[in-house]
Design a protein around this ligand. Structure first.
Ligand code: FES
Length: 125
């Protein structure tokens, strides 16, 4: 029921962990299941230089986060802000409909981390 790509990212998730002194941190909770996800970003010249995630979510949440971090790394803040839940799921070869809500966590947490980065930047001005 899961694509090979989902299984790969679930078994070998990329960019798991935490970034100390991250430039932006975003945490979101999934209203459907109550699981949590945090994304950390390090930004240089308006590009995502490093990104890591931590989740209490299920396998699908792990796979989508892993994919999201791969998609976001090296992108500009603006490009990363446009990464959508659907795009993440598509890049994984699709998710079972019942698991689509899990993919919301990753993209949302990424967007929150970017907003946090932008807010911190404003505060410094
Ligand atoms: S069941 Fe909670 S994130 Fe998938």
């Amino acid at each position: 029921m899961y694509s090979e790509k989902v299984m790969d990212h679930f078994k070998n998730p990329r960019n798991v962990g935490e970034i100390e002194n991250a430039d932006g941190v975003g945490t979101v909770g999934n209203p459907t299941c109550g699981d949590l996800m945090t994304m950390y970003i390090k930004v240089k010249d308006e590009k995502i230089e490093d990104i890591k995630f931590k989740t209490f979510g299920c396998g699908a949440a792990i796979a989508t986060s892993s994919m999201t971090t791969e998609m976001a790394k090296g992108k500009t803040i603006e490009e990363a802000m446009k990464i959508s839940r659907a795009e993440v799921a598509n890049n994984l070869g699709g998710l079972p409909p019942i698991k689509m809500h899990c993919s919301n966590l990753a993209a949302d947490a990424l967007h929150e981390a970017i907003k946090d980065y932008q807010k911190k930047k404003e505060d410094k001005k």
